[in-house]
Ligand binder design. Structure first.
Ligand code: IMP
Length: 191
């Protein structure tokens, strides 16, 4: 079985990725002495590549990374690739959600999508890239306590519940990250 290093140190994301890929993948946690990678790319794919490549260089092993953005139609696709830092330096999940709800106050067009790029990279330069997205709406208030990030204000189309009102397994079945990593696993085949 190929052993991959998981580039994400965010425990919320790492636990979802482990659940989605399941026991067929041997994922090493990101070593504690590897610093945060600056997400300076212009696209989700650029940032996923930066994170995966940094871990390949640091460990000499194949690595898996992802980058996710929330694209809100009424905001011209923002916050997009800047979703983590939407409310500025020192942004938290709560401050980002508060800024998003404030920006959308009184707006009737609440359509949005989460998009994830998942990327596997090897020391010999090989790469496999997959994408997953989910359409939905931004709710007018925070609902639910599950998930993380923008989950309490995002309800996927066909669901009245937000991601934060779902179990972890339900979110993974619907989510951008579930779709991206299932597509990555399908491309990788048996590892
Ligand atoms: P990252 O750059 O992939 O770590 O994600 C950017 C930001 O998007 C994070 O800080 C979270 O606020 C948000 N985010 C990423 N994935 C999710 C998700 O599955 N649900 C809700 N918010 C997310």
């Amino acid at each position: 079985m190929t052993v991959f290093v998981l580039a994400s140190a965010n425990p919320d994301k790492a636990s979802e990725i482990r659940d989605i890929l399941g026991p067929g993948f041997d994922l090493l946690p990101r070593p504690g002495d590897v610093g945060e990678v600056d997400e300076t790319g212009e696209t989700l794919e650029d940032n996923a590549r930066l994170k995966a490549r940094a871990l390949v260089v640091a460990t000499g092993r194949p690595a898996i990374a992802d980058d996710t953005g929330l694209e809100v139609d009424a905001l011209g696709g923002a916050p997009g690739v800047r979703s983590a830092r939407y409310s500025g330096a020192g942004a938290t999940y709560e401050s980002n959600v508060a800024k998003l709800l404030a920006e959308l106050t009184g707006r009737s067009d609440r359509r949005a999508r989460f998009r994830t790029v998942a990327l596997a990279a090897w020391p010999d330069g090989r790469e496999v890239v997959a994408e997953g997205s989910v359409q939905g709406v931004i709710t007018d208030r925070v609902r639910g306590s599950g998930g993380f990030g923008y989950d309490p204000v995002f309800a996927p189309d066909g669901q009245h519940r937000t991601f934060a009102e779902m179990t972890a397994a339900e979110k993974n079945a619907w989510s951008h990250r579930g779709r991206a990593f299932r597509a990555l696993a399908a491309q990788l085949g048996p590892v």
